[in-house]
Design a protein around this ligand. Structure first.
Ligand SMILES: [Zn+2]
Length: 193
């Protein structure tokens, strides 16, 4: 069972890498497990070359409970999202270029297409944590702005990247890809005049 979930995360990571949504060893993906645990990318692996075994089990405070490498330093953010949103079953976090570029100059992502407005529904807000890491107090501040019953959650981190949480990995990845596409169309439309 665990191997199947690890493989799903690996496939997702490779897909995001192919789409140039994550280079190098940044970003991370996770799936909710039972008993306040999650399966999350290890800190030293990259989306482009990760193996299934690079996804390790950690508790919601980011402490490892199994696996060959330490969990991502951003594990506490994932755990905080799972604790707050009972419907969240998976989280995609990546440093995708267009969404991150928009987060540098916006307080809220401009919905550049009808599709993004219909699918994303609520505003995709930008938060500034002043660091590559999201401290527990920043995570609490971000999540306080959302209904705990939200079916999915998406926000941007200034000078960092995007976070998308959905009921499963498919939904979380779809949201992340839609945010990046929305941001890319906005940037291209500005270039086109
Ligand atoms: Zn990050």
């Amino acid at each position: 069972m665990l191997e199947t979930l690890q493989r799903q995360l690996q496939v997702c990571a490779r897909s995001l890498h192919r789409q140039q949504m994550q280079a190098s060893d940044g970003g991370n993906l996770s799936l909710r497990l039972e008993r306040e645990r999650m399966l999350i990318k290890g800190s030293r692996s990259s989306f482009g070359s990760c193996t299934a075994r690079d996804f390790v089990v950690a508790d919601f405070d980011g402490r490892p409970t199994s696996g060959d490498s330490p969990p991502s330093k951003e594990s506490p953010l994932h755990g905080a999202i799972y604790r707050r949103f009972s419907a969240a079953g998976a989280i995609v976090h990546c440093h995708s270029p267009y969404a991150t570029a928009c987060a540098a100059v916006m307080d809220e992502l401009v919905f550049s297409t009808y599709h993004s407005e219909i699918k994303l529904k609520a505003p995709v807000r930008v938060f500034d944590t002043g660091s590559y890491a999201v401290a527990p107090e920043d995570a609490a501040r971000i999540m306080a702005g959302y209904d705990a019953d939200s079916p999915f959650v998406a926000f941007l981190l200034r000078a960092h990247g995007l976070v998308a949480a959905g009921k499963d990995l498919r939904q979380a990845q779809n949201i992340a890809e839609l945010i990046e596409e929305t941001a890319k169309i906005h940037v291209l439309s500005r270039i086109a005049g």
